[in-house]
Design a protein around this ligand. Structure first.
Ligand SMILES: [Cu+2]
Length: 172
């Protein structure tokens, strides 16, 4: 599966070396998550989920808040959606005034804590998006313990503002 770079636009994928480091660091950062602790807890709660959609040829950023109601960490290892060719988890870094995105393999939601995918920080990167502003599309989060949590993501346009119902039929 490949994406076609848009001339003049940076591809939204991390350089291979950065990605390897990100995977390694992510692996080190997870303290062998709660080995066989308590059984499956309550599902992680997903609130305010939305995508910023630009064009079908440009990855769409996905944002949401994830709340872990359990006394053990929840380790998110990926997400899928029928509206995306693939979903990567990215972190935006700024270094020397330059912003770039680094792919991360996993994200840990602390016990009874929250984790935010938000503009300028961690986000879901929906590659080859198939969606239109005004719709909502399904995303399934996958966790290290095998749990899956589905959420409906509202699709917004470039501004990130909620799309009024009247605009829904226009599909941009
Ligand atoms: Cu990204």
């Amino acid at each position: 599966m490949t994406t076609t770079p848009i001339p003049g636009r940076p591809r939204c994928v991390a350089p291979r070396r950065a990605r390897r480091w990100a995977v390694l660091l992510a692996a080190l950062a997870v303290p062998v998550a709660a080995p066989l602790a308590a059984g499956p807890g309550a599902p992680v709660r997903v609130t305010h989920p939305w995508f910023r959609y630009l064009l079908g040829t440009i990855p769409a950023g996905g944002y949401a808040n994830l709340a872990n109601p359990n006394p053990t960490p929840a380790v998110l290892v990926g997400a899928t959606s029928p509206a995306c060719g693939a979903i990567e988890m990215h972190r935006t870094e700024s270094r020397g005034g330059m912003e770039r995105m680094v792919a991360v393999a996993r994200v840990t939601i602390p016990p009874r804590g929250d984790f935010a995918f938000a503009p300028g920080g961690y986000h879901l990167m929906c590659l080859m998006p198939r969606m239109h502003p005004g719709e909502d599309v399904s995303v399934t989060f996958r966790f290290a313990d095998g749990a899956q949590v589905a959420a409906r993501f509202a699709v917004r346009g470039a501004s990130g503002a909620p799309v009024p119902a009247a605009a829904m039929k226009m599909h941009m």
